[in-house]
Design a protein around this ligand. Structure first.
Ligand code: THU
Ligand code: ZN
Length: 307
C-alpha cells in the first residue's frame, strides 16, 4: 500500500515537495485508507518521501516519515552534494529531525524509514530527550516490519547526560540564545536583509551546548525564496548538523530547485568563535552554488549570556 501525497508541485510532473502533513490531512488520509492508527500510515508515505531525495552520488534514495506529538507528520530524505566530501551529506533521518525542529515540534513519537538507520543517525537522534522511546520501523527490512524503540537500535548510548546538566535544553526543546549583533542591519535591504535575518533566527534557535557557539546560515534564490537553518550539535560531535546543512534542508523543504539558483547567503556566528562555520559555508557554496555571494555577520555575548 502506498499513499500519494497530493500537493502543490513546482511544475507539472515534478515530484511533490511538501515535507509536512497537518493533523487534519493525516485524518483524511487515514479515513481514505481505512486505517485506525497513524503508525500504520507512516510506512505508506515512505515511497513518496523517497522520491524527493537528491542523490547524485549514490543514487540510493532514503525516505523517512515521522510523527510528532502535535499530530503532524514530518518527511525527510537524503541529500548529497556533488563536489564535496561525503561527510557533508544529509541523512533522511537528520532531514526529518531538522524539519521537526524548524516547525517547533517538541517530541517525535515514531519514525518509518526505508533503510536501517546508520550509526550516525542513531547517535544524532540521541540528542532528543527520552530518545530511547522513539519507535522506529524499517520498511525495507526483511526481518519483519515492526516498530522498535531506538534503545534497541542503540543500547548503552553515549549522549547529552554524559556532558550536560539536566536543565540544559536538548534538541527539540526551545532555544533562545542571547547575543548582540556587531554589524548593524540598517544599510542593507531587500534579499540581503531577509537572508541575514533568517541566519540570525537560526543562530538564536541553534542547539550548541558543547561549544557555546550557536550559528545560523541562510540562503536566498533568484525567486526570493529564503531558507535558513540552525546549527544542531551532537554530544558525540561528528553526527551533528551544521547550520549550512540545516539551511540546505530548509531550501529543499521550501521547494528550492537546483542549488545553483542560490544567489546570496548569510552566516551568523560568534566573533572569534571557538568553532567557526565560515570555512564550511564557503566550501559548500563554492561546490554547489559558486556564483552565490556570502556575507558573514558576527555577534557578541555578554558574560550573562554565556551558555
Ligand atoms: N543514508 C541515509 O539517509 N540514512 C541512513 O541512516 C543510511 C544512509 C543515506 C546517506 C547517503 O546519501 C546514502 O544513504 C548512502 O549511504
Ligand atoms: Zn544515517
Amino acid at each position: 500500500m502506498e499513499t500519494m501525497i497530493i500537493t502543490r508541485s513546482t511544475a507539472e510532473n515534478e515530484a511533490p515537495w511538501r515535507f509536512v502533513i497537518e493533523p487534519s490531512e493525516v485524518d483524511e488520509m487515514m479515513k481514505e485508507l481505512g486505517l485506525s492508527s497513524v503508525m500504520e500510515l507512516l510506512p505508506t508515505l515512505v515511497p513518496a518521501a523517497k522520491k524527493m531525495a537528491r542523490t547524485p552520488i549514490s543514487r540510493f534514495h532514503v525516505g523517512a516519515v515521522g510523527l510528532g506529538e502535535s499530530g503532524r507528520i514530518y518527511l525527510g530524505v537524503n541529500l548529497e552534494f556533488p563536489g564535496l566530501p561525503l561527510h557533508h551529506s544529509v541523512h533522511a533521518e537528520q532531514f526529518l529531525i531538522t524539519n521537526a525542529i524548524s516547525h517547533k515540534e517538541r517530541r517525535i513519537r515514531c519514525i518509518a524509514v526505508s533503510a536501517a538507520p546508520c550509526g550516525h543517525c542513531r547517535q544524532f537522534m540521541q540528542e532528543i530527550r527520552n530518545a530511547s522511546e522513539i519507535e522506529i520501523l524499517i520498511t525495507g527490512s526483511e526481518s519483519g516490519s515492526e516498530f522498535r524503540p531506538l534503545s534497541s537500535f542503540l543500547p548503552e548510548p553515549f549522549g547529552p547526560p554524559d556532558l550536560l546538566r539536566d536543565d540544559v535544553p536538548l534538541l527539540l526543546e526551545p532555544h533562545d540564545n542571547h547575543f548582540e549583533m556587531i554589524e548593524m542591519c540598517d544599510e542593507i535591504g531587500g534579499a540581503a536583509r531577509n537572508v541575514r535575518l533568517a541566519a540570525e533566527k537560526g543562530a538564536r534557535e541553534a542547539h550548541a551546548p558543547y561549544t557555546g557557539c550557536p550559528a545560523g546560515f541562510a540562503v536566498v534564490d533568484r525567486e526570493g525564496r529564503v531558507a535558513g537553518g540552525a546549527y544542531a550539535e551532537s554530544a558525540a560531535y561528528n553526527p551533528g548538523m551544521g547550520p549550512t546543512a540545516a539551511a540546505m534542508v530548509a531550501f529543499v523543504m521550501a521547494g528550492g530547485g537546483d542549488w545553483e539558483e542560490i544567489e546570496e547567503a548569510a552566516l551568523v556566528e560568534k566573533e572569534d568563535a571557538l568553532v567557526s562555520q565560515e570555512g564550511t559555508a564557503r566550501l559548500l557554496l563554492a561546490a554547489i552554488a559558486p556564483k552565490a555571494r556570502l556575507r558573514v555577520y558576527h555577534y557578541r555575548t555578554s558574560d550573562a549570556d554565556e551558555l
